[in-house]
Design a protein around this ligand. Structure first.
Ligand code: ADE
Ligand code: ZN
Length: 351
């Protein structure tokens, strides 16, 4: 039995860092740091409208999701070759390994690249090469989730799925991202049905900026296995009860939510309420290069701002990340045991 009460608050920052964890909501294009954007722009001869790294970083003052997406898609325009996708993803994996991430399910947005004439092969082959290297060299279990852009049509999503099918074995699932308001999940009902038939896992962003009704239709129409963000579920108590009862995981991204003004400050974030309601909430970085940090920065920020969160919640969040992952049971069992050992030792050291 882990003695959570024995672990003092002072031990929490180090524990949050070293506990093993899975990251389930990270857009790989959102890990492009300004320095890498400039390096790739130069390597590929792509013009940028910002004069320097500092000028680009200064533009990262977002007022909502759309104001971020405009800059995020401009940043991704420097990615042209298979090597670019490999370099971007491997740089993320090195940071993830330092944060004790043992399993990562990366989102990627093929349409952001194929619309610019980049072959989907360069995207998927570059990213999956990085996943393999992350496993061999860093010991991270890494998989890919292909996201459809919801501001585009379902027909375009079908065309993207068709292009991706020769690489079917290189991604484990599909997701739905980009501008949420005005693009409800039901717009993608048929393409998600096809993906389920193909045996792909299905997830969707819902309830980040959009209403609880979008979470409900992601569950009922798209039949998703996890909700990305989902923080607006609290506006509907029956929906919260359903998410808890059905153990639908929420991949929560605290720094993103504050940067995109979903919450005014971290102190107002509803993560403690989600956990108290028994939801399978997890902590993730979303777009770490744009929102002020990687997964451990997210843990540090949310625990620092919210004194209700202690060792028990830290353990629960890491445990939820394994439970919610699409990894096999043997891996999950190993990670759960490593997590318990980390907390057991922290409890014993404190006695
Ligand atoms: N694409 C990248 N980050 C996103 C987010 N937070 N919401 C929707 N689409 C995204
Ligand atoms: Zn996201």
């Amino acid at each position: 039995m882990i003695d959570f009460d024995a672990i003092p608050r002072s031990a929490l920052p180090a524990l949050l860092k070293r506990m093993p964890k899975a990251e389930l909501h990270m857009h790989i294009e959102g890990s492009l740091e300004p320095e890498m954007i400039f390096r790739l722009a130069q390597r590929n001869g792509v013009p940028l409208k910002y004069a320097s790294v500092e000028a680009l970083r200064a533009a990262y003052a977002f007022t909502d999701l759309q104001s971020f997406l405009d800059i995020y898609y401009a940043g991704a325009s420097v990615l042209l070759k298979e090597q670019d996708f490999f370099d971007m993803a491997f740089a993320y994996f090195e940071k993830a390994a330092a944060d004790h991430v043992v399993h990562s399910e990366l989102f990627f947005d093929p349409q952001t690249h194929t619309e610019r004439g980049v072959p989907i092969e360069a995207v998927i082959v570059g990213l999956s090469h990085a996943c393999r290297r992350a496993h061999q060299e860093l010991g991270i279990s890494a998989t890919l989730i292909l996201c459809f852009l919801r501001h585009l049509s379902e027909e375009q999503a079908f065309a993207t799925l068709e292009q991706a099918l020769p690489y079917r074995h290189q991604f484990v699932g599909v997701g739905l991202d980009s501008s949420e308001r005005g693009h409800p999940p039901e717009k993608f009902a048929r393409v998600f049905a096809r993906c389920r038939e193909l045996g792909l896992h299905v997830v969707a962003h819902a309830g980040e900026e959009g209403p609880p009704a979008y979470i409900r239709s992601a569950l009922d129409v798209l039949k998703v296995e996890r909700i990305d963000h989902g923080v607006r579920c609290v506006e509907s108590p029956p929906l919260v009860q359903r998410l808890a009862r059905e153990r639908v995981p929420l991949t929560v991204c605290p720094l993103s939510n504050v940067k995109l003004c979903v919450f005014k400050s971290m102190a107002e974030h509803n993560l403690p309420a989600l956990l108290d309601a028994g939801l399978v909430a997890t902590v993730n970085s979303d777009d770490p290069a744009y929102f002020g940090g990687y997964v451990n920065d997210n843990f540090a920020a949310v625990f620092d701002a919210l004194p209700q969160l202690g060792a028990r919640q830290a353990w629960q969040l890491a445990r939820n990340s394994f439970d919610a992952s699409f990894a096999d049971e043997a891996h999950k069992a190993r990670w759960r045991a490593a997590l318990d050992k980390t907390f057991d030792e922290a409890g014993q050291a404190a006695r």
